[in-house]
Design a protein around this ligand. Structure first.
Ligand code: MV4
Length: 501
């Protein structure tokens, strides 16, 4: 299929990533932006840009009417949804299908199936794929849950059927706690998803989160591109991802990969997707869910397999056959990604916003920086606070880890708080070095966390210097009141040090 113009229904680093892939393919790009994003990087990089509404996500990046309208106005033939926002929204995918716009992702039917966690458990179980022991129906009646919990055996975990991502999850240790937990979970699920149905699973303590990247075309071909280990998370937000996982040997890797391919075939899933598994310390793995989007951490797969996932997504959306088969997929070396957020890890990860006074990006061999900001840009309060991702490749885990430390120390973001200092401490931690990356890593080893006093002082000094330099250079300052006093210090002084040596 002929595809000449793509609308990117997202913002930040992922919109930039998609725009670059389109440009390489000679496809022209349409950015959409909210009133808070007029001067954002993705708007500057696209060939065309349309404002789709006020800053509030519901009125802009989540506004299906406004986005479909922008696609028509700009004569875009396809929409890339990125991650988050409308990327896994069945109604949006369906609307695109009805409007003859190519949704760069799975069909609305496949999206609906994998979005329903209980329905996908049933589908996977029928296909012979191991699922976590537990219910294969959902409900709202506490009496039903008491009988099921007894069958499964305590502790059990209650989950929202429309959920995923941990929302509405409650651990239940004994029958006493059941009624209250079920009610609490239903309340959260009803509020978050407009669907209060929940179900129970056996609770696995401190499992690993191992996910497999898959690609499927519309001709029945599917491959996996190996795993990503994403166990280091905070409140179900991933912090560091790496591939390969230290927990897999080649036998287990082959088995889980084949299972991931079976899973997407069972779901009738096409385009790029991720099959999530929980893995226990005895090497038992269980299907968790399918993430029906390009994921934040996709670059580590790109660096170790050499496959450009966005390019592949576009090829599949064009109706092309996969140009390679499973035996052609090789992996090499080790890749790690750190997500840099505008937040203050020393203050409960409170989101930070404002003007980026200065940015220095990391570079050098094996270093990739997927970035959504620039020196002087505004970071709005309205959206997910991801600023950029530092992704490194090395011949082995230790080479990649050292390269990551070096890349993080090169990265300088002035004017707002970031998680860079926290990430440096994760990557340098003895338990990380040892590969003890389980889902309880951050709570167990990193909390409470505090910036080193020296680094904090350095932040204040360098921020003041950056703001001063901008004033002297007569930059088109957005605020004339950029006094030192108002500027928030940021996280890392990069390679600079206070004092000698
Ligand atoms: C679990 C679990 C333990 N037992 N299910 C969290 C997000 C959602 N996708 C599923 N999650 C979990 N499901 C059972 N039966 C533990 C988690 C979990 C987790 C999973 C992956 C990565 C990080 C996590 C952090 C806490 C809990």
């Amino acid at each position: 299929m002929d595809l000449r113009k793509v609308l990117v229904a997202n913002r930040g680093e992922i919109a930039v990533r998609v725009i670059r892939a389109c440009r390489e393919l000679g496809i022209s790009t349409v950015a959409v932006y909210s009133e808070a994003d007029r001067e954002s990087l993705h708007v500057q990089m696209a060939d065309h840009a349309l404002c789709i509404g006020p800053p509030a996500p519901l009125e802009s990046y989540l506004n299906i009417e406004a986005i479909v309208d922008a696609a028509k106005k700009s004569a875009a033939q396809a929409i890339h949804p990125g991650y988050g926002f409308l990327s896994e929204n069945t109604s949006f995918a369906k609307r695109c299908e009805e409007e003859d716009l190519v949704f760069i992702g799975p069909t609305s039917n496949a999206l609906a199936l994998v979005g329903d966690k209980v329905a996908s458990r049933v589908t996977m179980s029928k296909a012979g794929i191991p699922i976590i022991p537990g219910m294969k129906s959902k409900g709202t009646d506490p009496a039903l849950f008491a009988a099921e919990a007894k069958k499964i055996g305590y502790p059990v975990l209650i989950k929202a059927s429309a959920g995923g991502g941990g929302k509405g999850m409650v651990v239940i240790n004994s029958p006493r706690e059941l009624k209250e937990a079920v009610e609490a979970s239903m309340r959260v699920a009803g509020g978050a998803f407009g669907d209060e149905s929940v179900y129970l699973e056996k609770y696995l303590p401190a499992p690993r989160h191992v996910e497999f990247q898959v690609l499927a075309d519309t001709h029945g071909n599917a491959v996996h591109l190996f795993e990503r280990e994403c166990s280091i998370q905070r409140r179900h937000q991933k912090v560091v991802e790496e591939t390969p996982s230290v927990a897999l040997d080649d036998r287990l890797r082959t088995k889980m990969g084949a299972t991931a391919v079976e899973a997407i075939k069972a779901a009738g899933y096409t385009n790029a997707g991720t099959v999530e598994f929980l893995l226990d310390d005895d090497g038992r793995f269980y299907f968790l869910e399918v993430n029906a989007r390009l994921q934040v951490e996709h670059p580590i797969t790109e660096l170790t397999t050499g496959v450009d996932l966005v390019r592949q997504q576009i090829a599949v959306a064009r109706g092309e056959k996969l140009s390679f088969s499973q035996k052609d997929v090789r992996r090499s070396g080790h890749a790690i990604e750190c997500r840099i957020y505008a937040e203050d890890p020393a203050k409960g990860f409170m989101p930070s916003s404002g003007r980026v006074a200065f940015l220095r990006e990391p570079g050098g061999p094996g270093v990739r920086h997927d970035c959504g900001i620039y020196s002087g840009c505004q970071v709005p309060v309205h959206y997910d606070p991801i600023l950029s991702k530092v992704i490194v490749w090395g011949e082995d885990r230790e080479a990649a880890r050292k390269r990551m430390l070096s890349a993080l120390s090169e990265t300088v973001i002035l004017g707002i708080q970031t998680s860079i200092g926290f990430l440096q401490d994760v990557i340098a931690h003895a338990e990380f070095i040892a590969g003890n990356t389980h889902t309880d890593f951050i709570d167990k080893y990193m909390m409470p966390w505090k910036e080193e006093a020296d680094k904090e002082l350095l932040q204040v000094i360098l921020t003041a210097a950056a703001v001063d330099a901008q004033g002297k250079a007569g930059q088109p300052g957005r605020s004339s009141s950029s006094s030192v006093r108002q500027v928030t210090p940021w996280q890392t002084g990069g390679g600079w040090r206070v004092g000698g040596q």
